[in-house]
Design a protein around this ligand. Sequence first.
Ligand code: SF4
Ligand code: MG
Length: 298
Amino acid sequence: MNAPIQLQDRFHQVQLEPKDYRDGVASFWCPGCGHNGVLTSLLRGLSEIGVDPQNLVSISGIGCSSRLPYFVRSYKMHTLHGRAGPVATGTQLARPDLAVVVTGGDGDGFSIGGGHMPHMARKNVNMTYILMDNHVYGLTKGQVSPTSQQIMKTSTTPYGGLEEPMDPILYMLTYGATYVAQAFAGNVKLASQLIKEGMEHKGFAFINLLSHCPTFNEIDTAKTFKSSCEQLDVGHDVTDLDAAMHAVNAAKREGRLPTGLLYKAQRPTLDERMAELVTRVGGHKDYDLRKVIDLSRP
Ligand code: SF4
Ligand code: MG
C-alpha cells in the first residue's frame, strides 16, 4: 500500500506568482481597509509555499473579513457566522492532504464562534487560522467586538464601552495552539512570512493580523496599530510557552503589541491521532469510521 500523501508533501510543487492565486472577483472592501493587506500577505504566502490551488481550501464565517475566500483561487466555503472553525475541522479530517485556511474577524471568531476556538487549539487541527482583527464589527456598521478598546464609542456604546477587551493571542497560547504569531496587516513582509510558516507548520497555526477599519474604528487606525507594534526580541525563545505569555503581558503593560512568532510546538495533530486509532482497530489509512464505531459494540 502506498503511504498516504501528507499535506506538507503538497508544498513547493508549483511555481505561481501571488497574482496567480487571485480570483477574478473584484474586492468589495472599503478603500483603505486593512483587509487588503491581509489578502496581499496571504497571496504572497501562498506563492512562497507553492501550494497548488487545487489542494487549497479557503473557509470563512460571516463579516467583512469573511469575504476573503471570494478573492482567492481555491476551493472555498463561506459558512455561517462563527462556524468556519467546525467546518474547517471536518474538512481537514476528511481530507488531511489538503491545505485548509480559515480567515475571519474578531467578532466572528471570538464572539459568535468563541466556543469553537479552544477546541481547534487543544485538538491541534492541522490548519491555519488567520484572524483579521480590527477591534470592531464592520459589516453590521460599527458595533463593539470582543477585542474593542473599552473607551470606544459606537452605535451600541455611545458613552464608551463597559467591558475589558480580550486578547486573542493569550487565549490561543492558553488553549494549546502550537503556532501563535501576530503582525500588523500593513506589514506585508512579516505577515506573509508568518502565514507561510504557519501553513508549513504541522498543527493548529493561529496568526493574529491587526487590520484597521477606517470606516468604523477611529481609535485603532493604521497609524496607531503600526506605532504600537513592536517586533519580538531576536533572542525570544519560541519554544518557551511562559516566555510567550510574558512577552505579551509585558508589552500590554506598556501599551504595545508584540509582533512576530511568539510560540511554536510539536505534538500529534488530530488527523494523525485519528489515523492511528483507525489503524489500531483494523482499518486502513482512509478514515473507516465504521471500524471506530464497532469498538463500542458489545
Ligand atoms: Fe473594511 Fe471596515 Fe469597510 Fe468592513 S467596514 S470593508 S472592515 S473598512
Ligand atoms: Mg472585526
